[in-house]
Design a protein around this ligand. Sequence first.
Ligand SMILES: [Zn+2]
Length: 126
Amino acid sequence: MRPELQPESEPSPSRAIWRGLAKRCPRCGEGRLIDGFYRVRTRCDRCDWLFEREVGDHLGIIYISTAIQTATFAAVVLWIQPSSPWTARILLGAAALGLMLLNLPNRKGLAVAIDYLSERNRDKSP
Ligand SMILES: [Zn+2]
C-alpha cells in the first residue's frame, strides 16, 4: 500500500531524476534512498514508496552506467598518449574504479528514479 500523492504534488521527470541522483526519494524528495554507503532502502520513510520491488530491479541501469564510464575512461587512455603508457593506464584505471565506486550510490538513485517514473507512467496508462 502506498499513500496517494495529490496529482499536482507529483514531481516532474527532471525533478524526480535530480532527487534520485541526490539520493532522495524521487517521489516525495524527503525520504532517504540509501542506507550506509550503497544499500537501497526498501521503502521511503516519508511517503512509503517501494524503492525496489524485486532484487535486481536496478541492475540494468547500473550495468549501462558502468559501461559508459568504462568506455569514457578507455577513450581517455587512448586519446592522451602519455610518455609512460603503463603508468598512465594504471593511474587512469585506479581513478576510474574510484570514481565508479564513489558515484555508485548516485547511480542507484538514478535507477530508482527511472523505475519510479516508469511505474508512475504505467499506473496512468489505461
Ligand atoms: Zn518518498
